[in-house]
Design a protein around this ligand. Structure first.
Ligand SMILES: *[C@@H]1O[C@H](CO)[C@@H](O)[C@H](O)[C@H]1NC(C)=O
Ligand SMILES: [Cu+2]
Length: 177
């Protein structure tokens, strides 16, 4: 059991090195704050701002509003489905009122469009339009509007067996509180 765990850890380390390491890009110092949830738009099922342009090395910081949202990376082609190895906040940010105590952050590693959604199934958040994009290609038909249209009628899939498991980013205290 111990040996197996060690092998798993080593494999993760090697994979992390072979692909883009999460902290590879030198930080620019620019922070983009995105709110998961809303007090005004779409009955709360909304990321604000939902369409962000960011540079490599910029920090993305998700702040969570009521009640129980996630940030889950997907592909454009499969809305409401986690991207294998993608970034996931986990269900770690429940809050009855105001911002959650922690935020979820990661650094932008490339200029490829980064599609994401909320994987809360109670209330079908993704199908209801709770999705967003970082670095949409504005010359492509792959728009956020198209993503949302495609999301309708899908079934949300969860990224992992344990809903609290996050990956690809960091859970850190919310300095805005
Ligand atoms: C938040 O939602 C997830 C997924 O539906 C669920 O597993 C978890 O228990 C919820 N947390 C709270 C505090 O309601
Ligand atoms: Cu949500």
């Amino acid at each position: 059991m111990v040996a197996f765990t060690n092998i798993a850890v080593a494999a993760t380390a090697i994979l992390g090195f072979a692909s883009a390491a999460p902290s590879a890009a030198p930080p620019t110092g620019v922070i983009h704050r995105i709110f998961a949830g809303s007090t005004t738009a779409n009955k709360g099922l909304h990321f604000e701002p939902e369409n962000v342009v960011a540079e490599i090395g910029d920090l993305i910081e998700f702040h969570f509003l009521p009640k129980n949202h996630t940030m889950t990376q997907s592909s454009f082609d499969k809305p409401c489905e986690p991207l294998a190895g993608g970034i996931f906040s986990g269900f770690n940010f429940q809050t009855p009122a105001g911002e959650a105590n922690n935020v979820f952050t990661f650094t932008v590693q490339n200029k490829e469009p980064f599609w994401y959604y909320c994987s809360q199934t109670a209330g079908d958040h993704c199908q209801s339009g709770m999705s967003g994009v970082i670095n949409q290609n504005f010359n492509s038909p792959n728009t956020l509007t198209a993503y949302k249209a495609k999301a309708v009628g899908t079934t949300t899939k969860q990224p992992s067996a344990n809903p609290l498991d996050s990956q690809g980013g960091q859970i850190v205290p919310n300095k805005a509180l």
